[in-house]
Write a protein that binds this ligand. Structure first.
Ligand SMILES: [Zn+2]
Length: 455
């Protein structure tokens, strides 16, 4: 018998280890799926985009009202992965994260003229004192007023790059395509302040590179095209698009030099970059937009800085948006099969799903291999807390594999018949490549790592 104090320490260690050994189980997952009777297809199926239908049917999102959606645990995990990528790339260009109120005083929007310009798409409301507010679709006014309200900053304190990830609102006439065009959506919006046009152009270049990195890490083929500044104002503007048949923007692209522009922005059909005589027209989903704004907001809202000679001058601004919920939906839209979600591996809610044997089957003798593999993988950085076990062992392996492929887990490991061999093998389904391989149990971790590297 150990002394009492020692005993309690051992117990403490066990408990601590216990909390680290938390396992994600499909049986615990809040994933309310739509059960659609086979003979009763959804009536308005034609109005749904592929991503909307799949995400609703498979319990990834749930509609709250027309154009507003609950982000359920699977989509929330995916969103958090996207936010981590964005945070990482933003920190590389010294952008600082903050959070502005969703309510912006209406008077600021009246000062810049956008209260009228945006018109009926702008969600407005009054408080009990009759004060008007905008439920913000974007925060140029709010952030510019913030900078104008603080003790005047010196030229030494620039460039200043501030961003947030938050909910945005737009009173859409016809919300559609789920997260692609809603009344409420999540955006990452970055606002930059510089002391000269040259410095603002440098910032524009730096942010554009960060955006390219973000899209490369997401892993979906994208197009950056020159765009019209529209009601945002300013001089230079670019849009980032995923190419998809449901895309609402027509893009003109040059096969010869890679130049692209939005069709509404085009005055010629010869390529303005290389003179090639044919531009191809294809639909795209806009997922990002960048603007060099000049003093469009700093002038009316009086956002100034102190120059090296002690004078005051207006700040040069830029505004850079990424539609976060839109990127998720557009990724699913681009990659998915008609009846199976496909996530880019970087944004999959869980990278690995492990399926243990059916209870009562011969293979159930090696059911422990599931949790054994889970804990081994969980100790590897690139898999930590990115794993789930489908422990609904009253269901056949086939049924659970079918569901795991529908939800789109990129790597599915099945503890099947071959796990009973003297040298146990497990089956790995590589969802994105539609490939199946049997892997020796001891080679499993290096193999799965390799799969991640070659995504
Ligand atoms: Zn060209």
């Amino acid at each position: 018998m150990l002394p009492a104090r020692h005993r309690s320490m051992v117990l403490m260690k066990k408990i601590t280890r216990g909390t680290h050994r938390k396992v994600n189980y499909v049986s615990k997952l809040f994933q309310p799926q739509n059960v659609v009777p086979k003979d009763n297809k959804v009536k308005n199926e034609d109005c749904l985009s592929k991503s909307q239908k799949l995400m609703l049917d498979l319990g990834v999102i749930r509609q709250a009202s027309a154009g507003a959606f609950h982000m359920l645990p699977l989509s929330e995990r995916s969103l958090q992965k996207l936010i981590s990528i964005v945070d990482d790339e933003m920190s590389k260009i010294d952008a600082q994260k903050l959070m502005l109120p969703l309510l912006t005083p209406g008077e600021l929007w009246k000062t810049t003229g956008r209260w009228e310009d945006v018109g009926e798409e702008l969600f407005t409301l009054k408080d009990r004192h009759d004060k008007e507010f905008v439920l913000s679709p974007t925060h140029e006014e709010a952030v510019t007023d913030l900078i104008a309200s603080v003790p005047q900053l010196s030229y030494r304190q620039f460039p200043l790059r501030l961003y947030q990830v938050s909910n945005k609102f737009r009173d859409e006439m016809r919300p559609r395509f789920g997260l692609l065009r809603g009344k409420e959506f999540i955006m990452k919006d970055l606002y930059t302040f510089d002391v000269s046009q040259e410095a603002a152009s440098e910032t524009y270049k730096a942010v554009s590179e960060a955006y390219e990195n973000i899209f490369r890490r997401i892993g979906i083929r994208y197009l950056r095209v020159s765009a019209a500044a529209g009601i945002m104002g300013g001089s230079i503007s670019h849009e980032y698009h995923f190419l998809a048949t449901t895309g609402e923007t027509q893009l003109l692209t040059c096969e010869s030099c890679g130049y692209g522009t939005s069709a509404e922005n085009s005055v010629t059909h010869d390529c303005p970059a290389c003179g090639h005589s044919f531009l191809q027209c294809r639909p795209g989903i806009e997922v990002g937009h960048t603007f060099l704004l000049g003093t469009k907001y700093s002038l009316p809202l009086k956002a100034k800085f102190t120059t090296a000679t002690g004078k005051s001058d207006f700040l040069q601004m830029g505004s850079y948006g990424l539609g976060m919920t839109r990127i998720l939906a557009a990724s699913v839209e681009v990659l998915s099969l008609p009846d199976q979600i496909r996530w880019p591996i970087a944004l999959a809610p869980y990278t690995v799903c492990i399926i243990p044997p059916k209870e009562g089957s011969k293979e159930s003798a090696v059911a422990h291999l599931a949790e054994e593999l889970y804990h081994k993988l969980n100790s590897v950085d690139c898999f930590r807390d990115d794993l789930i076990i489908d422990n609904r062992c009253n269901m056949t392996i086939g049924k659970r594999l079918f569901e795991a492929q529908k939800v789109g887990y990129p790597l599915i490991v099945v503890i099947g018949r071959k796990a009973l061999q003297p040298t146990p093998e497990l089956e790995v389904y590589h969802t994105l490549m539609d490939k199946e391989t049997s892997i020796n149990k001891t080679d499993m971790i290096p193999y799965l790592k390799e799969c991640l590297l070659n995504k």
